[in-house]
Design a protein around this ligand. Structure first.
Ligand SMILES: Nc1ncnc2c1ncn2[C@@H]1O[C@H](COP(=O)(O)OP(=O)(O)OP(=O)(O)O)[C@@H](O)[C@H]1O
Ligand SMILES: [Mg+2]
Length: 261
């Protein structure tokens, strides 16, 4: 597969204290369910944070609040020093700054792969068609699906579609990329081609929040693992520390279930 490259971090590692995404005492309910409880989470520029935890612990909701697909009840979220906008054009721009890749690929079925990757550039970033097309082809090449550009999403495998979804998000030059179980819907043989693209993105310095059950990815790509249960962040640690020496009983229990079957 060809290399993925994003805006290079030419200056080397991000300086300490360069906070890109900050959640401060965030709380959210769905009716009586307290789905996010006192969440404090800071993601630094260039950092890769893997979020794991049992089903229903609030991982997807956490991701969705970061690009305001969900609102929060109390607390604040800021991206690059600015609070999340409420609505309108500012919100559209925020959604472009925060790339999101879901389990289901969410490509526009009636548009070609190329058009899918061009659309946001034209509508939100106001890029002209020629430049948008060139950038789209370039990104499709980099995620290894350049030859599929003129096909429709349904003509591609799941792994190819997910790589198109990644290219589409990258086309907006996002400040941060959120991945919510991007490989969960894929056949096993397609998981690695998507993880490799994500690994390369991480190496290129992209700031990433990744909800995944792929513990190999977490070990090799994450700077930090955040473990959630019942709407709370129970534990966070550097991957080796977390996997070899989890501190909480909840994390020990969770790891024993996912690592030994
Ligand atoms: N729109 C909604 N309305 C009501 N309840 C919701 C809504 N979205 C999520 N929930 C509930 O909030 C809780 C957290 O859901 P969330 O999807 O964030 O969990 P998760 O950690 O991503 O789980 P999974 O591993 O299964 O994807 C669950 O109990 C879920 O049923
Ligand atoms: Mg989820």
């Amino acid at each position: 597969m060809s290399e993925v490259s994003v805006t290079e971090n030419a200056d080397g590692p991000a300086p300490a204290g360069d906070q890109l995404v900050v959640l401060d005492n965030v709380n959210k309910h769905f009716g009586a369910l307290h789905v996010l409880q006192d969440i404090d989470l800071t993601i630094h520029r260039g950092e890769v944070v893997v979020v794991i935890g049992p089903s229903g612990s609030g991982k997807s909701t956490l991701c969705r609040t970061i690009n305001r697909l969900e609102t929060v009840d109390t607390g604040s979220i800021s991206i690059d020093g600015k609070p999340l906008p409420q609505e309108g054009r500012e919100l559209a721009r925020l959604r472009a700054d925060v790339g999101m890749v879901f389990q289901s690929f969410n490509l526009f079925a009636h548009k070609t792969v190329l058009e899918n990757v061009m659309l946001g550039q034209i509508k939100v970033r106001k890029t002209d068609r020629a430049a948008a097309s060139k950038k789209a082809r370039d990104l499709l090449d980099r995620v290894g699906v350049g030859t599929q550009a003129d096909k429709y999403p349904a003509q591609l495998s799941g792994g190819q579609q997910q790589r198109v979804a990644i290219a589409r998000a990258l086309a907006m030059d996002p400040k941060v990329m959120l991945f919510d179980e991007p490989t969960s819907a894929l056949d096993p043989e397609m998981i690695n081609e998507v993880l490799e693209v994500m690994q390369q993105l991480a190496r290129d310095g992209m700031t990433m929040v990744v909800v995944t059950h792929e513990m190999g990815f977490a070990r090799s790509a994450a700077n930090r693992v955040v473990f959630m249960a019942d709407g709370r962040i129970i534990e966070e640690a550097e991957p080796n520390q977390f996997f070899n020496n989890p501190r909480s009983d909840r994390a020990k229990d969770f790891l024993s279930k996912i690592l030994h079957h």
